[in-house]
Design a binder for this molecule. Structure first.
Ligand code: CU
Length: 148
């Protein structure tokens, strides 16, 4: 006579997998690694950060504002700066601003930010609305990889 052994453990595992929702989640943004190298110029500065999207829907950075001056979105093409209207934040991906790549361009500075200060920056997204971040001013030669 054969004994029947119910595969209980296997069934339980299958139920847990089936429990995952199939609905796509909205864009879920977080901002990290913000910094501004202390500007050498009296009128211009650059800013860097990373936007991470944990959602299944892409978002778009459409504009940036700050009380220290006018901000535009720049990218670098063949070592030349090019202004762009918006930048995509891919679904489950990142929008990265870094030296010799995408950067925030601060112009017509009302004051010259100094190392140790914080600059308030508002990021305006098509889906997620406005995200306000504090951008620390680092040394003019700051390298985020080494931390100084
Ligand atoms: Cu630029």
């Amino acid at each position: 006579m054969r004994r029947l052994v119910a595969p209980v453990a296997v069934l339980t595992g299958a139920l847990i997998l089936a429990g995952c929702g199939s609905e796509a989640s909205k864009a879920e943004l977080s901002v990290s690694g913000t910094y501004m190298p202390q500007p050498v110029s009296d009128s211009m500065a650059a800013g860097f950060l990373t936007v991470t999207n944990k959602g299944d829907t892409k978002d778009e950075l459409t504009s940036v504002t700050s009380d220290v001056g006018e901000v535009t979105l720049h990218t670098e093409v063949k070592e030349a700066m090019v202004q762009v209207e918006s930048l995509d934040v891919p679904a489950r991906g990142q929008l990265v601003f870094k030296s010799s790549g995408n950067h925030l361009m601060f112009e017509k500075l009302k004051r010259k930010p100094k190392q140790g200060e914080m600059v308030s920056v508002k990021l305006h997204f098509a889906e997620s609305g406005t995200v306000t971040v504090k951008m620390p001013v680092k040394s003019a030669t700051y390298n985020p990889k080494t931390g100084h």
